[in-house]
Design a protein around this ligand. Sequence first.
Ligand SMILES: Nc1ncnc2c1ncn2[C@@H]1O[C@H](COP(=O)(O)OP(=O)(O)OP(=O)(O)O)[C@@H](O)[C@H]1O
Length: 263
Amino acid sequence: MSSQTDQAGPASRSPETGRPPGRAAAPPDSAGVRVRGLRRSFGTRRVLDDLELDIAPGEFVALLGPSGSGKSTLLRAIGGLDPEVEGHIDVPERTAVVFQEHRLLPWERVWRNVTLGLRGGDLRARAVAALDEVGLAERADAWPATLSGGESQRVALARALVRTPRLLLLDEPFGALDALTRLRAQRLVERLWEEHRPSVLLVTHDVEEALLLADRALLLGEGAIAREFAVDIPRPRPLDHPRLLRLRGRLLAGLGVTGGEPS
Ligand SMILES: Nc1ncnc2c1ncn2[C@@H]1O[C@H](COP(=O)(O)OP(=O)(O)OP(=O)(O)O)[C@@H](O)[C@H]1O
């Protein structure tokens, strides 16, 4: 028996829950995410079309979909970075975003990058505490140019953590890292999520990454959440867990990759 709550299309409802994909059982409270009727067009092309999404407080959700399907557009909208999006979005007050590029300012030392835009208190101490969480406290006074790609992404993560976010938006944060560094970064995010329990929305192209980390994997298609897969596997998850392999096949098939199981 698979634990999948896989559904056929945006308009479909699960026979068990009666809900469309992307919708939670109860409306999330102020620490969760609630999105209704989201629309965004670029020129004549409608990228998001009446999209609905709930993320429960502390839930880890991965968002997959073909290139150009609107994943980053959705994440930017939820992060409040898109003034032109239409629809209803409820998010917690403290929301932080980590992008694929670290976006560190080269002329500021690492610790200043971490606390950029913050005021009050001992900012250096706060930065060092956040850097310590990602294993980089000793690099607080370094310049960004002296960091590796993986270290720079960890600093970007520290810059998010220092804001003690209730919602963490991750837009392919490990996409540019080599395989081993990526695996380490994934385990780091898993540990930080378990410690702090923010809600997380992770945009990724990597089916394994979604299945290693997320409680639910969502597929974006035709401007809305087309399908959803519950990943009910205890953590830490071995990549060769039989249920994970089965879900991998289904997700790949959902993404239209041949070799995945037919859906
Ligand atoms: N500022 C913009 N102006 C015009 N078109 C845009 C803009 N931002 C996004 N688009 C278009 O909207 C569509 C969705 O883009 P988006 O970056 O959200 O896709 P994505 O699913 O994140 O893709 P990828 O997986 O390749 O990163 C694409 O066709 C893109 O060209």
